[in-house]
Design a protein. Structure first.
Length: 537
């Protein structure tokens, strides 16, 4: 159905340096099959997909041939992509990685689904459009949204937005669906639903699917064939069973060996509490009256008690909206909460009542309690170089340090987290996702904290980078006796680093216990569903 022959894509920089990002890719997508295109960030997967759709920026220099059935989308003679509107959005459609940015925030769901129908079916009547929208929502499991067609994207959950994107993609009965990392930003249970939906639509409609991902677990579960991409080149192609059981290329073997695994560090010989929280409750305004007074509250965290012992890791698991991150923010006093929070000194004497402190008394304890955020790109200032970002907290807590001493401390922590000090004058946008996360860890660790909240620190990273970050966190924990609250929806990651696990749903803890006990003897059906979604073969 689709043939790429020696496709190459390059970009020229301001100093006339040519950056070759896709290098001679030849690939076939057969009729009715699901081909997975696998590789790390920056390997050229998404650019390859965008070239098929004719969505590359004008600055892209493209050579090679792309043929869809008997139509040429890219001619080796013209060296230009032909964005054929009779194909794009109709015979070939695409589901993008982040639906929140792909959907128009100013248009309702009704308008956005109707637009693609009317564009390719100009003779369709308004009543027919409404009927088709309802049918599409039924097909993607959003029947209840038929009563909320005037909702905007921000009023839907991540899973709902992704389903709307899929509804738009299949609206005109495409022959080829390109899905670019469609499950990266959603929870494991929602991920399972999205995968099942794509597979069902593929079977019912006889579609071909080009599925782009870095998650090999998904590939094993859904694909017919897999193509492995590295540094702009296809290094291995074959049936999923063959590639997973007998990989030929060293890079494929590396990817297969990079899935989160291993065990948490041994428990300390002496168990002493570090953070102890009792009956934590956090609520946000859900509805306001005419005069601005709050008439209804939403309980994000509903009476949770938790203890994090020194040198251990407590994992908090749950879907988006379960209150995981809010609980972490509450323990660090970053959101207003009720309940008691105690921070114990290393000698185990009288704990400090974090819940009762404010002003300088609270600020003086900040160096002991730090956080690493989910998205390092948005949590690092784009206006500061890396040296200033990492040194900012230290210069506040130790103002007596000279510039030379401060620089030496920054260099030391950069080396410790696997970054070269030569990079310290660069800015965040000049680093990869994994490097930015290392910078975030360095910013927190330079203060030598005792308790660190890790808020989904690996969710947006490739498997190989995930493994590196987990190894780094374990190494730092072993060296400094750190305590972590590790927030994640990826149970494979949780199993590899956590000693104790708490499962959250709708602001409450529904199950908790030792990590292995939760994974081998889960009691709650919700926990069992999460484990099944994460580890399903």
């Amino acid at each position: 159905m689709l043939t790429l022959d020696t496709l190459s894509i390059s970009f020229s920089s301001s100093n006339n340096h040519v950056n070759h990002v896709v290098k001679g890719v030849s690939l076939e997508v057969k009729t009715g099959e699901l081909l997975a295109l696998v590789g790390e960030s920056g390997s050229g997967k998404s650019l390859t997909a965008l070239s098929i759709m004719g969505l590359l920026p004008p600055s892209a220099q493209v050579t090679g041939t792309i043929q869809f059935e008997n139509k040429t989308l890219l001619s080796s003679d013209s060296r230009q992509l032909k964005a054929d509107t009779s194909l794009n959005g109709s015979a070939i459609t695409m589901v993008f990685q982040e639906p929140m940015t792909a959907l128009n925030p100013l248009h309702t769901i009704r308008k956005q689904i109707a637009e693609i129908l009317e564009l390719h079916n100009p003779l369709m009547k308004a009543s027919e459009v409404e009927t088709k929208i309802a049918s599409l929502l039924d097909e993607v499991g959003l029947s209840y949204l038929k009563m909320r067609l005037d909702a905007y994207p921000h009023q839907l959950s991540g899973g709902e937005r992704q389903r709307v994107m899929i509804a738009m993609a299949v609206a005109n009965n495409p022959k080829l669906l390109i899905a670019d990392e469609p499950t990266t930003a959603v929870d494991v249970t929602v991920q399972k639903q999205i995968i099942a939906l794509i597979k069902r639509l593929q079977k019912e409609r006889g579609m071909s699917v080009l599925f782009i991902t870095h998650d090999l677990t998904l590939v094993r579960r859904i694909a017919d064939r897999v193509a492995v991409m590295k540094s702009g080149k296809i290094v291995e192609v074959g049936a999923v069973k063959n590639v997973f059981t007998s990989p030929q290329h060293a890079y494929t073997k590396q990817l297969l060996a990079s899935e989160p695994k291993g065990n948490p560090l041994p428990l300390p010989s002496k168990i002493t509490p570090l953070i102890k929280a009792e009956q934590i409750q956090v609520k946000f305004p859900a509805q306001k009256g005419f005069f601005g007074n709050v008439t209804q509250w939403k309980l994000a965290v509903d009476g949770i008690s938790v203890t994090v012992n020194q040198g251990t890791t407590v994992g908090v698991v749950g879907e988006s909206g379960s209150g995981k991150s809010t609980l972490g923010f509450a323990l660090l006093r970053l959101v207003k909460s009720t309940g008691n929070i105690w921070l114990y000194p290393q000698d185990g004497t009288t704990p400090a009542p974090l819940h009762a402190l404010s002003g300088n008394a609270l600020r003086n304890l900040r160096r002991d309690i730090q956080i690493v955020f989910q998205d390092p790109f948005s949590s690092l200032s784009p206006r500061l170089c890396i040296e200033d970002i990492i040194a900012e907290g230290l210069s506040h807590f130790e103002p007596q340090l000279s510039a030379k001493e401060l620089e030496a401390r920054v260099d030391a922590i950069m080396l410790e987290v696997g970054l070269s000090p030569d990079m310290k004058h660069r800015y965040p946008h000049e680093f990869s996702g994994g490097q930015r996360q290392r910078i975030s860890i360095a910013r927190a660790m330079i203060l030598k904290p005792r308790f660190v909240v890790l808020d989904e620190p690996t969710s947006a990273l490739d498997l190989t980078v995930q493994g590196q970050i987990l190894d780094l966190l374990k190494s730092l924990q072993s060296k400094y006796g750190l305590s972590y609250l590790f927030i994640s929806h990826d149970l494979r990651v949780i199993r590899s680093i956590c000693h104790h696990v708490m499962v959250m749903k709708q602001g409450r803890i529904i199950e908790e216990g030792l990590c292995e006990h939760i994974f081998t003897s889960a009691q709650s059906e919700y926990t069992k569903d999460l484990i099944d979604a994460a580890f399903a073969a």
